[in-house]
Write a protein that binds this ligand. Structure first.
Ligand SMILES: NC(=O)c1ccc[n+]([C@@H]2O[C@H](COP(=O)([O-])OP(=O)(O)OC[C@H]3O[C@@H](n4cnc5c(N)ncnc54)[C@H](O)[C@@H]3O)[C@@H](O)[C@H]2O)c1
Length: 456
């Protein structure tokens, strides 16, 4: 069957074959040798005046909230005014890190009532994202909310509505979306570098106890140092349980399992790169194989997702895997596969692999063929490179930095962010439905355009 050849794809192939011909002409190297290329500087950093100070506060001053704040403070013109957490140890740490005069509180509404705060970073466990984000936007604060945007499918529309009603900037924290690596992959896919997309896959391998959510519990953890009643006030009532507080990812009342924690990053990147709105069928399987530490979530999870054809892309399938008992450990990747090649994508690198066989529309080959007559086709040809690696320029500050810059630039310029509430919901929903599929032992159906669950 003859495949469509969009003009962008022709031009990518032309550029590639021209570059290959130039390499081949200048040296005797085989054309299949890999080439390294640098990304160009991103234009979006313009408009970020350091004179235009933005005052921020941190709500949920744990591991990621602290990291987000450190990154935010590396961008120009940002001042941290206050921090909120339900564990006193975190508030003490915040003062040690950022100064004794930092205002600290256990009550996030005190932060929202302050007039001198422009934006908040929400770094709480997942079950608090929706409520704090909605309250913050209604209090006139811009919000950087950690992923996944919501803890349950039912919570998404309220965040979208709050953003729409208040006009505040709201950005979800899947930093990869702002990275050079994702941007380059988007550009390459659009240019036809891998032909027609038909499959994507992502994988995490972990083994180390700290990486699989067996976090240390502070020695002073007690109902005196932890505001347990507030922590559980929007979910099931239980007596104080330090594991449920400090290892919240293992429990469904607070966390969203492997899918909400990890798959969501890949949905965000994938949707950005492909301009997709999401899958319409979601199926998961897995099990609890090893970490029998009281956790309610699986430690091996496989998800498969059907993406229907849209104007932006052909129909394709996605396979995501996460294994917390992987003896090899430490691997994460996102791969897109098309009819003519594949791309391995990270935040600062894209490795493009292409079919070995030269495309029939290579201008040099076609020209030679035309001039030489019919016998020429028997002759061996120069082949284009099999692999091209695009690396970010040295000194690149990375996706997390770019993501913060995009957030503050949107605040200063009254602009928009890519990973807004609609985008965040479309990334969170398939992850949450993956959990539903696992627990219900059945496929889940979703209308990604209307963002609605489909009952079959
Ligand atoms: N973007 C990323 O790469 C990335 C990486 C890690 C975590 N995260 C996300 O960041 C969030 C936090 O994860 P973490 O690893 O930092 O967890 P953490 O346990 O280290 O931090 C969470 C903090 O929130 C506090 N907290 C709980 N409920 C609160 C409330 N109602 N008000 C104020 N503070 C509250 C806790 O005391 C704790 O200090 C999660 O949603 C997680 O998915 C994102």
């Amino acid at each position: 069957m003859k495949e469509e050849q969009p003009s962008s794809r022709r031009s990518f192939i032309k550029k590639l074959t021209t570059a290959t011909a130039a390499v081949a002409a200048g040296s005797s190297l085989v054309a299949a040798e890999s080439q390294a290329k640098s990304f160009s500087i991103i234009k979006r950093l313009v408009g970020n005046s350091p004179n235009d100070q933005v005052n921020i506060a941190l709500i949920g001053a744990g591991g990621m909230g602290t990291q987000d704040t450190i990154t935010a403070l590396q961008t120009p013109g940002i001042k941290l005014v206050a921090a909120c957490d339900l564990y006193d140890g975190r508030l003490k740490d915040a003062k040690t890190r950022w100064g004794a005069d930092l205002y600290t509180t256990r009550v996030y509404k005190e932060i929202l009532n302050r007039k001198d705060i422009d934006a908040v970073i929400v770094g709480t466990p997942d079950h608090w994202h929706q409520q704090i984000s909605v309250d913050a936007m209604h209090a006139g604060k811009h919000v950087y909310c950690e992923k996944p945007m919501v803890h349950a499918i039912s919570e998404g529309p309220a965040v979208i509505k709050a953003q729409k009603d208040t006009g505040m900037v709201f950005q979800v924290g899947s930093q990869g979306v702002s990275s050079l690596g994702n941007e380059k992959a988007h550009e390459l896919l659009k240019a036809g570098a891998i032909g027609e997309l038909n499959y994507a896959e992502g994988f995490w391998a972990r083994r180390n106890p700290l990486e699989v959510w067996q976090y240390p519990i502070p020695e002073d953890a007690s109902p005196e140092t932890v505001d347990w009643e507030t922590y559980i006030s929007n979910t099931k009532k239980r007596p104080f349980d330090q594991k449920r507080f400090f290892r919240w990812r293992n429990y469904t009342d607070y966390g969203t399992g492997m899918a909400g924690d990890l798959f969501v990053h890949l949905f965000s990147s994938l949707h950005f790169i492909t301009d997709s709105v999401g899958p319409n069928k979601i199926y998961a399987s897995g099990g609890l194989r090893f970490w029998n530490d009281g956790r309610e979530v699986p430690d091996v999870l496989l998800g498969t997702f059907d993406y229907p054809k849209t104007q932006a892309h052909p129909a394709f399938n996605l396979s995501l895997r996460c294994n917390f008992v992987d003896g090899t450990s430490g691997t994460t990747y996102l791969k897109l596969v098309g009819s003519e090649g594949s791309m391995d994508i990270t935040w600062d690198k894209v490795t493009l692999k292409r079919n070995k066989v030269m495309d029939s529309d290579d201008p040099f080959y076609l020209d030679k063929l035309k001039k030489a007559g019919s016998g020429y086709a028997e002759r061996k040809r120069m082949l284009p490179p099999e692999e091209i690696t695009y690396d970010a320029e040295k000194g690149y500050k990375g996706g997390p930095y770019d993501h913060m810059v995009n957030f503050f630039t949107a605040i200063r310029n009254k602009g928009k962010v890519t990973e807004d509430a609609v985008f965040g919901y479309r990334a969170a929903a398939p992850a949450l439905l993956c959990n539903d599929s696992y627990y219900n032992n059945s496929p889940m159906f979703w209308d990604p355009e209307k963002m609605q669950l489909i009952k079959k």
